[in-house]
Write a protein that binds this ligand. Structure first.
Ligand code: IMP
Ligand code: MG
Length: 179
């Protein structure tokens, strides 16, 4: 059973609901009178983005992109776009949604990419933030919860492609990695 692989639940489904409501309310306030485009980074942004946008009460469009990041030679790493958005973002207010910020490499590169596309504004939302993992200067504009530098799964976050469908976030048992 998938659930038996979890050592400890660190964010319950109820807490996730509360985070989505709180962030959604804040974003609603900040984007009054605007029509932002909310862009989710696949696949981890699911199901966070679906829940979050239900709490954002303004006109908006949504889109998705898929990138992989390489935390290689340069300190800022780099990203490769596997699937790009389908919307013209020039002059738009863009909100990027990701599951978690660790090194910050992904979101820093995405932010720079969208600045080159001449957006009007760009902000970032993440459900979880691991500030201890940071390697670049990047702060999320909206962060749900600060978590310790530990590998977590569930609610969009995966280990080898699995566990994204757990309705909560938990720490995997050591034997799962060592199996
Ligand atoms: P970074 O901020 O560029 O290091 O990368 C963030 C991405 O790494 C996230 O979008 C996740 O896909 C992945 N990631 C980082 N920490 C975790 C974790 O604890 N569990 C699962 N995925 C993680
Ligand atoms: Mg991800």
């Amino acid at each position: 059973m998938m659930e038996n692989d979890i050592l400890k639940v660190i964010v319950s489904a109820k807490e996730i609901d509360e985070i989505c409501a709180r962030l959604g309310k804040k974003i609603t306030n900040d984007y009054k009178g605007k029509t932002p485009i909310v862009i989710g980074l696949l696949k981890g942004c699911q199901p966070f983005m679906s829940d979050l946008i239900k709490h954002i009460n303004t006109y908006m469009s949504i889109d998705y992109m898929s990138v992989s990041s390489y935390d290689g030679m340069s300190s800022t790493g780099s990203i490769t776009i596997k699937k790009d958005i389908e919307t013209d973002v020039r002059g738009r207010d863009v909100i990027i949604v990701d599951d978690i910020i660790d090194t910050g490499v992904t979101l820093l590169n995405i932010t720079n990419l969208f600045k080159e596309r001449h957006v009007k504004s760009i902000k970032t939302v993440c459900l979880l933030d691991k500030p201890e993992g940071r390697k670049v200067d990047l702060k999320a504009d909206y962060a749900g919860l600060i978590v310790p530098k530990e590998f977590v799964v569930g609610y969009g976050l995966d280990y080898n492609g699995l566990y994204r469908n757990l309705p909560y976030i938990g720490i995997l048992k050591r034997e799962v990695y060592e199996k």
